[in-house]
Design a protein around this ligand. Structure first.
Ligand SMILES: C[S@@+](CC[C@H](N)C(=O)[O-])C[C@H]1O[C@@H](n2cnc3c(N)ncnc32)[C@H](O)[C@@H]1O
Length: 354
């Protein structure tokens, strides 16, 4: 059974919450946030955006925001204070003027009573709704994907291009494959494109499973891609010729929520994956891992988990390795992201030893 959908949890405003209107002094609202009080936006949606902008300006004055680690610290403070800014939701809509219509407020919430969400939660719901309804074009796929709320989807595509080239060259059997951490289903859809008959997908994030089930509906695809909500291989214990995993690329440095789990890995994730994969891979089968040097070039990790497995695990050998330089970030960015110039995505094709 799939647990209930993940959604932003309503916030109960503190008694001394300040009501913010465009006419209210912004400084006093920021002082209120710093004193850990809630600020409720009472007139226009844009008043909330104005307060966020002023909060950023304020933090920029007091916190450096240059290195990768400083950026993390700045973001943590911004996150803490901005989450104290609230808006009311009434009848599945935002109760402020000139607010965007956000379909998730109806799709995800049954509440009939008014409730409050923080502005960053609302912004997250709003942009997720735009992605969901407009869809996201993926260069290696014919149709757009429609990512469900709270599910990772790719915004850069270099690794997908590398995987596509690998699939083009792959001439092994295509009866079945497993897609670990299926997310919005992009890798499975690529495998379908290249003629795989069946894909068994999993994800620890239930929204990924709920979203893909909704996306596939009763179509032919829903019989070709079978899903399970669970850790690593979930309930799938059959043998297969191909196991694909695009894991998180950075080691965990804080408690993880479900969306973070698309980005950050637990210390034991790779060892558990390699051990479970060995039980399920057919003798001539392949594991394909998509990875990146992001953790190494930003100093977030000293070890590369796949290199470590190959050096010490004794379970797999390297069949092929491909890498691709990631297109550099926009020149407009103010932060120091010089490490981006060195970013490369990697495809590791492994087979079993012995
Ligand atoms: C980087 S995203 C990749 C998603 C998708 N495969 C793609 O390539 O677009 C990693 C995915 O793995 C999932 N994930 C992380 N740890 C997992 C685990 N232990 N078991 C199953 N899925 C996991 C995350 O929820 C996320 O959807």
């Amino acid at each position: 059974m799939i647990p209930e959908v993940i959604k932003p949890v309503p916030v109960r405003p503190k008694k001394n919450a300040l009501h913010f209107y465009k006419s209210v002094n912004v400084e006093s609202a920021i002082e209120s946030l710093k004193a850990e009080n809630h600020v409720i936006i009472a007139d226009y949606y844009s008043s909330g955006l104005l307060l966020l902008k002023e909060l950023k300006k304020h933090l920029n004055k007091s916190l450096p925001n240059m290195s990768f680690l400083e950026q993390r610290e700045y973001r943590a403070e911004y996150q803490k204070l901005s989450n104290l800014i609230l808006m009311e939701i009434k009848n599945h809509s935002l109760a402020v003027k000139k607010a965007p219509a956000i379909g998730w407020l109806e799709k995800l919430y049954q509440e009939s009573e008014p409730f409050y969400l923080s502005l960053p939660q609302i912004q997250g719901l709003n942009s997720a709704w735009q992605w969901y309804i407009k869809g996201v074009s993926i260069p290696v796929l014919r149709n757009k994907i429609h990512p469900f709320y709270g599910v990772y989807f790719p915004t850069r595509f270099d690794h997908l291009i590398v995987f596509d080239n690998w699939l083009k060259r792959y001439n092994g059997p295509k009866k079945s494959a497993m897609d670990i951490g299926i997310g919005s289903g992009v890798l499975s859809l690529q495998m379908m494109k290249y003629g795989f008959q069946k894909v068994y997908g999993t994800d620890v994030n239930q929204n990924a499973i709920i979203g893909l089930k909704e996306f596939m509906g009763e179509t032919k695809l829903s019989r070709k891609i079978e899903l399970d909500h669970g850790n690593l291989f979930g309930k799938w214990d059959k043998e297969t010729e191909l196991i694909v995993f695009n894991p998180p690329w950075l080691p965990k440095s804080h408690d993880l929520n479900r969306l973070d789990e698309a980005m950050y890995y637990h210390e034991t994730l790779f060892d558990e994956f390699f051990s479970a994969a060995k039980e399920r891979l057919l003798p001539d089968g392949r594991i394909v891992l998509l990875f990146s040097n992001l953790a190494q070039i930003t100093g977030a990790a000293k070890e590369h988990p796949i290199e470590r497995e190959l050096a010490n695990g004794g379970r797999y050998k390297l069949e092929n390795y491909y890498k691709k330089r990631v297109k550099s970030a926009s020149k407009k960015t103010k932060r120091n992201q010089s490490w981006r110039a060195k970013e490369e995505v990697e495809l590791w094709e492994l087979s079993m030893v012995g």
